[in-house]
Design a protein around this ligand. Structure first.
Ligand code: HEC
Ligand code: HEC
Ligand code: HEC
Ligand code: HEC
Ligand code: HEC
Ligand code: HEC
Length: 496
């Protein structure tokens, strides 16, 4: 088969070399380098680089030909697109055929790598330090199998495009070193679409009740265990369940709750509107603590309540120190026989450290110096137990606190409850009053009833048909302290 003379030039030749070599390497990678999902990020980027080299090579082939033609032809024009000439037609067919084969092979690879870019591993590990907190927390929660993209990419083409814009902004921020520490979703990057939850959850599937058992250890000499066993009343009040009102009642299709918040984190909510969509009845509750002026109201947005208003940390719940320490007492990783260990470990973990390395160095040092000062005999008689317990504390710390990103429990609001953040008590505080004096109730049994509480061996159990009053663990807190105020008055941040 005869090819045009203009085929003989440097640019075209190099174009052929580059595209053939790139193609062979691409093919080799796709065949021999295993599943693309398991490639490293460097592997993926090299793959994208090879595809670019290949395309550039292909473009160089006709480009070189066209240039040579222009030089040699008297009218300075190229005739490479002149398909009536059999030489050019041959060149065109060869080029076209090769291009189609190449395209098929590479599209398969490009498609796979595009999918990989939406995978948990890519989102979570590409910028290791930046995403480490969210990736680590996500891997140990109920949503470990949900992809980052399932929650973080909105619906349809707009959601898809918005996510690519955000991702590019983030890449630029990482390259230029302007990523905020910590990252907040409501500052643009990583915003979560409200409708995301309903792709996998729907209200007909909500459970009516759920039993929760929390095991605590107090900051006394014996690290006294204190159990709280309660039933969460979760009913959504949907048709088959009758009109039973429970926690998921807010999400009943006949119920619409709207609110106005005065801060960007929705922590201060002075105005709440409940519309019964079936009867059309509207009730407005206004805070009598911090009433909202009419002028201020007009400048604020009215938000409809969604899953995220309660489940604010469904995938990245950075546990507070007391929780990750308690859970390690439960498994036995931390010994109960070390006097005041809970207290000493808490004091070491609530300190703010500059880097993960300094935390790893300082936490054992702090706990040991506590024992040197207060119980020197422990360092001699229970050395192994102490070292093992310190290692368990460090394990909890590294899975929940990320000093390099300035991430820990008190940097984000968990609105599911009312201890560290006001959560439910933002509205349920007995101070949101309607015209008819009805309030959004703070009565403890509205949301949960206590089945048992106390120290094992001396547990107090609820008797059938009677509601048991809450008893605050430990000796120092009086009922009026927690009845009148909010739990977060003492428990927020690094408290109590
Ligand atoms: C089940 C849904 C869900 C999944 C799955 C999920 N996230 Fe999130 N993510 C959220 C929610 C909700 C927030 C908080 C949104 C807010 O504060 O408005 C959030 C916040 C974030 C933030 C902002 C910082 C922060 O901690 O608030 C980052 C970064 C993030 N996610 C990364 C990831 C990565 C990486 C993955 C995959 C490993 C992932 N997310 C998977 C729901 C999810
Ligand atoms: C990709 C599907 C998917 C998406 C999207 C999703 N979830 Fe889930 N969710 C699950 C699965 C699967 C479970 C585990 C179910 C189980 O353990 O029975 C779960 C469990 C939960 C649980 C129970 C956790 C526990 O401790 O038992 C809550 C609460 C929850 N999801 C809330 C949310 C919220 C809020 C969103 C939206 C931000 C969301 N989910 C988005 C799939 C999803
Ligand atoms: C008014 C606050 C609130 C709202 C709004 C809310 N939830 Fe919940 N949800 C809770 C509480 C509280 C629990 C119980 C947590 C526990 O037991 O630890 C719960 C439990 C769950 C569970 C686990 C129990 C079960 O039924 O399987 C899932 C799943 C869940 N919620 C999903 C959602 C989804 C999806 C939405 C939005 C459609 C939503 N929730 C809206 C407060 C809320
Ligand atoms: C934005 C405000 C707001 C937030 C936040 C909120 N609620 Fe509510 N909740 C309401 C309103 C309004 C009602 C209806 C009060 C009424 O008319 O009795 C209500 C009613 C309830 C009821 C039914 C009460 C009854 O009358 O039997 C339960 C249970 C409940 N909420 C649980 C929760 C839980 C649990 C949380 C936190 C995870 C929470 N709510 C957060 C506004 C809120
Ligand atoms: C509006 C609903 C609501 C009201 C009212 C309410 N709680 Fe809760 N409470 C919750 C939710 C939601 C949780 C979190 C459950 C979980 O851990 O998933 C919770 C958790 C708790 C816990 C467990 C804390 C832990 O870390 O073990 C205790 C104890 C508790 N509440 C006591 C009270 C007391 C006492 C009152 C009355 C002053 C009260 N609650 C009023 C919704 C409510
Ligand atoms: C006046 C301050 C104060 C208030 C208000 C308060 N607490 Fe506490 N709480 C404490 C202190 C101090 C401790 C530590 C007790 C100890 O470890 O010996 C504690 C410990 C706890 C613990 C055990 C925590 C752990 O380390 O495992 C629980 C559970 C608890 N409180 C629940 C509540 C609830 C629920 C409320 C609101 C209804 C509340 N507290 C309000 C001061 C307070």
């Amino acid at each position: 088969m005869e090819l045009p003379k203009s085929f003989n030039n440097k640019t075209t030749k190099w174009g052929i070399y580059l595209s053939v070599i790139a193609f062979i390497v691409i093919l080799g990678l796709l065949i021999f380098a295993g599943n693309i999902d398991e490639w490293s990020v460097a592997g993926i980027l090299s793959f994208v680089g090879l595809v670019i080299v290949w395309i550039v090579g292909l473009i160089m082939i006709p480009l070189g030909m066209s240039k040579t033609e222009k030089k040699s032809s008297p009218d300075g024009k190229s005739s490479i697109l002149n398909l009536t000439n059999p030489k050019y037609r041959n060149a065109f067919y060869v080029f076209g055929l090769v291009f189609i084969v190449f395209l098929l092979v590479t599209t398969a690879g490009a498609y796979k790598s595009y999918h990989y870019m939406e995978s948990v591993k890519f989102c979570g590990t590409t910028c290791h330090v930046t995403m480490e907190p969210e990736y680590t927390a996500h891997a140990k929660m109920a949503h470990a199998d949900a992809k980052c993209a399932d929650c973080h990419i909105g619906e349809g083409v707009t959601g898809f495009l918005a996510s690519k814009v955000e991702a590019s902004k983030e890449l630029i921020a990482i390259v230029t070193g302007t990523v905020p520490h910590p990252i907040y979703a409501n500052e643009g990057i990583h915003e979560v679409a409200k409708e995301a939850c309903s792709h996998c959850h729907w209200s007909q599937k909500f459970q009516p009740d759920r039993e929760l058992k929390h095991i605590h250890f107090l900051r006394d000499e014996d690290n006294t265990e204190w159990d709280i066993d309660m039933t969460m009343h979760l009913a959504a009040g949907t048709e088959p369940l009758g009109l039973q009102k429970g926690i998921h009642w807010h999400m009943n299709k006949d119920v619409k709750i709207e609110y106005v918040a005065t801060d960007k984190d929705n922590q201060v909510i002075p105005w709440v509107k409940y519309t019964n969509l079936k009867t059309g009845k509207v009730t407005i509750f206004e805070s009598d603590d911090e009433p909202l002026e009419k002028a201020a109201f007009d400048t604020l947005t009215v938000t409809q309540m969604s899953c995220l208003d309660c489940h604010s940390r469904p995938a990245h719940d950075f546990k507070p120190a007391e929780e990750f320490i308690n859970s390690r007492f439960v498994t036995g990783a931390i010994s109960k026989d070390l006097p005041e260990f809970k207290s000493a470990a808490m004091a070491a973990c609530v300190e703010e450290y500059g880097t993960a390395d300094s935390a790893r160095m300082m936490i054992p040092r702090k706990i040991k110096s506590f024992y040197e000062e207060n119980y020197p005999e422990v360092l001699k008689d229970k050395k192994d137990e102490l070292n093992k317990s310190i290692a368990a504390v460090l394990d909890g710390f590294t899975k929940n606190v990320f000093p390099d990103m300035k991430v820990r429990w008190d940097k984000y609001y968990n609105n599911l409850g009312h201890m560290k953040s006001n959560g439910c008590f933002r509205c349920h505080d007995n101070h949101h009053v309607a015209k008819n004096d009805e309030v959004i109730p703070k009565t403890c049994t509205t949301c949960h009833t206590f089945n048992a509480q106390g120290t094992p061996g001396e547990m107090q159990f609820a008797t059938a048909g009677q509601l048991m009053e809450f008893r605050h663990p430990g000796e120092d807190v009086e009922p009026e302290d927690w009845q009148e105020g909010l739990c977060s008055d003492c428990h927020a941040g690094v408290g109590p």
